[in-house]
Design a protein around this ligand. Structure first.
Ligand SMILES: Cc1cc2nc3c(=O)[nH]c(=O)nc-3n(C[C@H](O)[C@H](O)[C@H](O)COP(=O)(O)OP(=O)(O)OC[C@H]3O[C@@H](n4cnc5c(N)ncnc54)[C@H](O)[C@@H]3O)c2cc1C
Length: 417
């Protein structure tokens, strides 16, 4: 069997894998990426957050992405029964990026992977990892190419960015269910001829359909818009028929969508994804680190996926470089704990969203501009800025704020103030 010797093997050429590969390559190590699919390939996750721009910049990808003229995104609009709550990243509390993009992922991910190859990092497409054996932190990985031919890779370290493939957690029985209940998404790309160019397409719109059910509207610069419903799996059982019929009925039932998307062409038969939340106890081990979705993917509502994927890779890549340079790494305190700080902040917001706590905050009258700017920073992905009380106290701050708003509104009902 053919054997190749490298420093770092990266599994997966999604945003997580390519960002990590680029940073490690820049430090002078021999890196190789293996990717199961042929690119471009479809993946969902199209609305980015400003924080991921820092990772894309460090990886050297930002100029190539700019050239693609993807739709620029400046904020997030939340809608409930016709009431609108707009967050603009320019108003955020943390000193960071104030914009990002909305991207068809097939093209975005291919741009990152092509740029990586131009930097000299080989990407083997249609190549699957089938087995890994660790010997201390060195490893031997068996890969299989499109012709079924197997070969060996000897690496000093592995970065697993295999997303929903979860290569190392599956091979080593590390998977465990997330603490979030299972949810389902039904989505397509629609030809958006009725788009209002005055009001959109410069931000994501999130529509509250009913408690626990919401819709994403993510316009692309091509005139195509990604539209998806998310809710409990049982919610979708109310709508009979195939996925196309289900999505048409759902769109018709929601006043915010019905006129705009009536009779619109769908670019593909609406797809379903379900029960995507999964995690593992440890994001690292002797000879490997997990990055991106392999660590934990929570929920699509705040578009955190690509940001957590690229930021985890940025953090992990630096530690891998230090490790290969001979430094002893405390993976728990230097990687897993800081990553969990970000993931857990988003987790509190996701839970508050599904409970309705965030509805009370987002759609309240007279919002405090400072608090709004602090929540805006979380929505921009700055979930590591612990000078922000809505990051530092993420577990309690939202409930306290919602309780205050409810108390004030109740007082107003009794006696106008
Ligand atoms: C319904 C839904 C909506 C979402 N919306 C958003 C959003 O608006 N914004 C956002 O930021 N995120 C969103 N996400 C999350 C987003 O999809 C992911 O977080 C993101 O793609 C993670 O990037 P990644 O690089 O970790 O993994 P991926 O992008 O999944 O890339 C992993 C790669 O690894 C490859 N691979 C898998 N197994 C193997 C193997 N055995 N060998 C070799 N290669 C392998 C795969 O083919 C894939 O190309 C959404 C998710 C869902 C479910």
């Amino acid at each position: 069997m053919k054997t190749e010797k490298i420093d770092v093997l990266v599994i997966g050429a999604g945003p997580s894998g390519t960002v990590a590969a680029s940073i490690v390559n820049k430090a002078g190590f021999k890196v190789k990426v293996v990717e199961k699919m042929k690119f471009p390939r479809f993946v969902i996750g199209e609305s980015l957050l400003p924080r991921c721009m820092e990772a894309l910049t460090e990886a050297g990808f930002i100029d190539a992405v700019k050239e693609k003229k993807f739709q620029e995104k400046f904020g997030a609009k939340f809608v409930k029964n016709g009431i609108i709550c707009d967050y603009f990243f320019a108003d955020q509390f943390t000193d960071g990026w104030t914009w990002t993009w909305q991207v068809p992922r097939a093209e975005f991910d291919k741009t990152l992977a092509d740029t990586l190859e131009k930097m000299g990092v080989p990407v083997s497409y249609e190549t699957t990892v089938t087995a890994i054996r660790f010997d201390g932190s060195n490893s031997v990985t068996i890969i299989q190419d499109a012709n079924g031919e197997e070969s060996r890779i000897e690496a000093r370290f592995i970065i697993d960015g295999s997303g929903y493939g979860r290569v190392i957690p599956k091979l080593f029985n590390m998977d465990k269910p997330s603490n979030l209940p299972p949810r389902k998404a039904l989505f397509t790309h629609a030809v958006d001829v009725n788009r209002s160019m005055a009001d959109e397409p410069n931000r994501i719109t999130i529509v509250v359909h009913e408690l626990g059910v919401w819709i994403w509207i993510i316009p692309f610069s091509s005139g195509i818009t990604s539209v998806g419903f998310v809710g409990d799996p049982e919610f979708f059982d109310r709508y009979p028929g195939n996925t196309n019929e289900q999505l048409r009925q759902l769109m018709e039932s929601q006043p915010y969508l019905s006129e705009r998307f009536r009779n619109t062409e769908f670019l593909f038969e609406p797809r379903v994804l379900q029960s995507w939340s999964s995690t593992t106890d440890k994001f690292f081990g002797d000879g490997f680190v997990l990055t991106g979705n392999v660590t934990e993917f929570l929920d699509p509502v705040f578009s955190s996926g690509v940001t957590l994927a690229t930021v985890s890779s940025q953090m992990a890549a630096h530690l891998v470089i230090d490790k290969l340079n001979g430094r002893e790494i405390d993976w728990y305190n230097e990687y897993m704990q800081p990553m969990m700080q970000g993931v857990d902040t988003f987790r509190s917001y996701v839970m508050a969203w599904y409970e309705g706590t965030l509805d009370t905050i987002f759609f309240a009258d007279d919002q405090d501009p400072l608090i709004k700017s602090q929540i805006c920073s979380v929505l921009a992905g700055y979930v590591w800025d612990t000078t922000n009380p809505y990051v530092a106290n993420h577990k309690n701050a939202l409930h306290k704020l919602a309780a205050k708003i409810e108390y004030r509104d109740n007082l107003r009902k009794i006696k106008p103030i």
